[in-house]
Write a protein that binds this ligand. Structure first.
Ligand code: LHQ
Length: 264
């Protein structure tokens, strides 16, 4: 994967790639270039079979502060297109995360506001430091949640809490985010990096094909009835049983040893 980005840091450790959004002077707000670079990095991570887990995080004291508001007028006047055509670029990122057949973790330190918060929600798992601050900042400036927030937020924390976060636009701390299910786990700041890498390593050493199928099953099951969900389950299990990892999982169990998953 290319590593010479202007606003991203890329670190690859064995089969884990960590993508760090790197505009700390504006709390990693998205300008057009960072958005374009994030899209490119995610496309590369999705296509690279050697990468079995992706971590998205922010440099410095924040995960991200959303759209760079100082660039908004430039974005709005861009060939007089509606703002939704700018949002399409964010939607590409959301869909890349959602659809890539491997786990994507958001690792959140400090503030995650606006569309940065919602990109974290599109990831499969979220780990937060206890200094994390989640803000659906949109209503503070008269906007609706974008970047998939209207889809992911009520599904993760329920409609009542989602409306509260979206309308009041108040900060939700890391520990509170863990309590309401907005993040999977919240850890002390000084354990954050170690805990993030431990989680990424566990996933990177797991049955990657099954993880991709689990994404399809869980996300596919959100919007269908039981009959369709059971049909999908059967189709995906038909694929899972053909994987090397399934054979390895069963052999390891019978031989009373830890499995060594190849991800194939
Ligand atoms: C920033 C930003 C920022 C530029 C901090 N931009 N500089 C909307 C419309 C259209 C299309 C696409 O999508 C969107 C989606 C969105 O994301 S809308 C929501 C945009 N984000 C916001 O409204 C959040 C704006 N930021 C804040 O409210 C605060 O900065 C938060 C609560 C994030 C952090 O507060 P503090 O920890 O007190 O930090 P700070 O405010 O002092 O910020 C540090 C610096 O970062 C500061 O610059 P300075 O030169 O004074 O040090 C800020 O101006 C800059 N910054 N967010 N989004």
């Amino acid at each position: 994967m290319r590593t010479d980005f202007q606003h991203l840091l890329i670190q690859q450790t064995e089969s884990i790639v960590t993508i760090t959004m790197n505009r700390p002077e504006v709390l990693n707000a998205f300008n057009n270039l960072m958005l374009q670079e994030l899209t490119e990095a995610l496309e590369a991570a999705a296509a690279d079979e050697a990468i079995r887990c992706v971590v998205i995080t922010g440099a410095g004291r924040a995960f991200g502060s959303g759209q760079d508001l100082s660039e908004l007028s430039a974005v709005q006047s861009e060939s007089e297109k509606p703002i939704s055509s700018h949002l399409d670029r964010y939607h590409r990122v959301v869909r890349l995360i959602h659809e890539m057949p491997k786990p994507v973790i958001a690792a959140i330190r400090g503030v995650a506001a606006g569309i940065s918060c919602n990109i974290a929600l599109a990831c499969d798992l979220r780990i937060a430091a206890d200094d994390a601050r989640f803000i659906e900042a949109f209503a503070r400036i008269g906007l609706v949640p974008d970047g998939g927030g209207g889809y992911f937020l009520p599904r993760l924390i329920g409609l009542g809490k989602a409306l509260e976060m979206a309308m009041l636009a108040e900060e939700v701390s890391g520990p509170e985010a863990e309590r309401i299910g907005l993040v999977n786990r919240c850890v002390p700041v000084d354990e954050f990096e170690t805990a993030t890498m431990a989680l990424a390593q566990k996933l990177a050493q797991g049955p990657t094909r099954a993880y991709g199928l689990i994404k399809e099953l869980m996300y596919g099951g959100l919007d269908c009835d039981l009959a369709a969900a059971l049909k999908l389950e059967g189709e995906l299990q038909d694929i899972a049983v053909t994987t090397e990892d399934f054979r390895e999982g069963v052999s390891a169990f019978l031989q009373k040893r830890r499995p060594r998953y190849s991800g194939k």
